[in-house]
Structure formats: C-alpha cells, structure tokens
Design a protein around this ligand. Structure first.
Ligand SMILES: [Fe+2]
Ligand SMILES: [Fe+2]
Length: 407
C-alpha cells in the first residue's frame, strides 16, 4: 500500500488556479462597475437599494480575490486575455432596461459564478490552496444570497432575448472558468442599448419630484418639525449614493482601493436612504410622499467626477457635523432613542466619507489632469457648493458636460 499523493478530484493546478482567480476577480470587478453605472438610471427604489448592497459585496469579493492573487501574480490586476469573457462583461451593461440588466447579471452571470466557485472549491488542492478555499467559501455566502434575491425580486419578469444573448456570450467563453466547451458567439439582439453614463436620476412612479430642495425650515426651535425634516432628508440620500456611483463609474483609472472605498460610500448612502424610510415608516408616514429632489444629482452630474466628489465630500459631508451634533444632543435629551441611534450610526459613516475625500482628492485631480493644488480646489468647490447648492438654485449650466472617459 502506498499513499495516494494526488486525489483524482484535485484537477486545478497552481497555474490554472492563478488564471481562474484572475478571471473571477475580473468578473466581480466588472459587475460592480456595471451596477454603479446603472444605479442612478435604475428607477425602482428596491432595485437601487439592492444594487448598493450588491456592489459593495462584490467589492468585498474583489478584495478577497485580490489578496490571494497578489501572492500569485504581478501585476495583481490583469485582464483575463480571453475575448469572449471580456465581451460578456463589456456587453452586460448594454441591457435594454433595468429588469433585463438585473436578470442578465443575477440569472445568467451570477449563477454561473456560483457554479464555477463551487467546482473550483472541489477541484483545487485543499491544503496547499486553503487561502483560496477560505475566500471562495465566504464569497459564496453572498453570491448565493444575491442569486436568491433575484429569484424572488425578478420572479414576475420572464426571461427574454437579453438573457439568451448573455448566456450565449458566456457559453462562447467556455463559462466563467473558460474550461467548458465553447460555442460560437451569439448574434447581437435588436434590443441592445449602448450604455451611456446617466446624467439624470431615475425614480419610480410612486414618487413626486421637487424641482429645488425646498425642505428644511432651519427652524431648529420647532423640534418635531425639524426632526421630521431631518429624516425626510435621509430618505432622499439615494442622491448621494447616485453621485458616488457615477463618480466610481467614471474613474476606472483610479487605484483599486479608491473603488473599494467608493463602493462602501455608495452602499452607506443607500443605507442612509433606508434609514430615513424606516424612520418615517415607524412613525406611520409614507416615504413615497417625500418629494425627490433629483435636480441635486443632475446638478452635480454636470461636473467633472473630481468636482462631483469634492462637492459631496467637502461640501455636504464635511459641513453637516455641527448640525448633526446639535440634533443628536436634542434627541438624547428628549429620550428619543431611535433618532439618536440612527444619527450616531450615520455620523460614523459620514466621518469615513469625509476621510475618503481627504484621502483620494489629490489622486483624483491628478488622474483627471487638474493642475489646481488640492487646498485651492477644495476652496473653490466649497464656494460653488455654497453659491449653487446651499442657495438651492441648483443651476444646470449651458456648457456641455465633459466627455465621458469611462472604458
Ligand atoms: Fe449619508
Ligand atoms: Fe455620506
């Protein structure tokens, strides 16, 4: 009897493992970019919420795969060099609408991702490749939940030619692993719509719109009214998520850690929106009756992504703290535990958002070819923020928005 050194199921060797992880990292990263690109353009609020969470989860997956890949290849981030797989992820964004977009990702791509990770987990050398197994096991928890979400959320939507097209592209590349039999590339369906980064924030039919932000009396003496307006304000924070999503999408040249931070930032703002919705619902109020000031997104979106990011982090976010601290004190004194807790968690997030601004603005300016020193740039941005946002004018200037540079 001699010890069997290699089990038959351990088919994935070191080099193949590296190539596969590189493909997975690519698919997860491209998926999060697609979700960010589509978040503002997606109307249904439940979808927006889910997209904020899913893109952040996919950022965790990229991070886990990155941490393993950097032990195996240099540079860590590499394209898979497999045309059909790259074509699949380039095409998935050109969906005819939000239902098809999500059906394509969560009924075609993600189930294939799950199958690939499960197969990989069974086939890699268990002890030598334990760090990969750890990553895949944890990633699979999220991926399973995402696929399950779609089974319910998209149940009423029948599979159409868009999903067939993506399934065809997937098969043309031999699946996520690239190891399945390859089929000829499918024809492009007539329903395909070339994606254009959104400059308007979509809302579903339940919501009314307010052309300018007329809420917020500033009458902090009226505690009840001010509290209501504060949480109505939270229920509109999807606007911040949408700006971060657009900035993320328009800055593929930024380092991975920026995209990672921006994913959290975007997810946080969808959570702040939900926090406002939850507060209103708990107080017997209908959140859909809070007018949506989508002009705020359109106003920020007309500017370079660096300025959009600066207006948000160094304008809105850096300036909100004195107000929030006063509000927190008021809630604590009146024994309003729920409001105090919500504000406390919000401020923990917002402190991060401001620190992201400080951390990334100089690199963002450099990548966008802006020569202005960062302190001066921030000063100018805050002036614009005061003149155009705090004044509630939210002007859309005649000059065309800068050309989209996203790949
Ligand atoms: Fe927020
Ligand atoms: Fe924020």
């Amino acid at each position: 009897m001699h010890m069997q050194m290699v089990k038959v199921q351990e088919q994935v060797d070191y080099e193949q493992n590296r190539q596969l992880l590189n493909r997975y990292r690519f698919v997860e990263y491209e998926t999060l970019r697609i979700l960010a690109g589509w978040l503002p353009a997606t109307a249904r609020l439940e979808f927006k919420m889910a997209m904020g969470r899913f893109l952040w989860e996919d950022a965790q997956h990229v991070q886990l795969l990155y941490q393993r890949l950097r032990e195996m290849q240099k540079p860590v981030f590499q394209r898979p060099n497999d045309e059909p797989l790259e074509s699949l992820m380039a095409e998935a964004i050109n969906a005819p609408g939000e239902w098809d977009l999500l059906a394509g990702i969560y009924r075609v791509i993600k189930p294939a991702v799950v199958r690939a990770y499960q197969w990989h987990s069974a086939q890699t050398f268990a002890n030598p490749d334990a760090p990969t197994l750890y990553a895949l096991r944890h990633i699979l928890v999220d991926e399973g939940e995402q696929v399950h979400w779609a089974e319910e959320a998209l149940a009423s939507y029948p599979a159409g030619d868009w999903e067939m097209y993506l399934a065809g592209l997937l098969a043309a590349g031999g699946g996520i692993s690239g190891l399945e039999p390859r089929t000829p590339a499918p024809p492009v369906p007539a329903s395909r719509v070339q994606f254009v980064p959104p400059r308007a924030a979509a809302r579903d039919a339940r919501f009314t719109r307010d052309p300018a932000d007329t809420a917020g009396s500033g009458q902090e003496a009226d505690v009840e009214l001010e509290r209501l307006q504060e949480f109505e304000g939270y229920s509109r924070e999807m606007l911040a998520a949408e700006t971060v999503a657009l900035v993320l999408y328009l800055t593929p040249e930024m380092p991975w850690q920026f995209t990672y931070d921006a994913s959290r930032h975007c997810y946080d703002e969808t959570r702040h929106c939900r926090l406002g919705i939850d507060w209103l619902t708990l107080h017997g109020l209908d959140y859909t009756r809070v007018p949506q000031v989508t002009q705020v997104f359109a106003w920020r979106a007309q500017y370079d992504p660096a300025l959009q990011y600066c207006l948000l982090t160094m304008g809105n976010e850096a300036h909100v703290f004195p107000y929030r601290h006063r509000r927190l004190k008021t809630y604590q004194q009146s024994g309003d535990r729920l409001s105090a807790q919500f504000i406390s968690y919000d401020m923990a997030d917002e402190r991060n958002h401001v620190s992201y601004g400080h951390k990334w603005l100089s690199q963002l300016l450099a990548k966008k070819g802006i020569q202005t020193p960062v302190e001066e740039y921030v000063e100018q941005a805050v002036q614009i923020w005061q003149a155009e946002y705090v004044s509630k004018k939210l002007p859309i200037h005649a000059a065309p928005a800068p050309a989209d540079q996203a790949g």
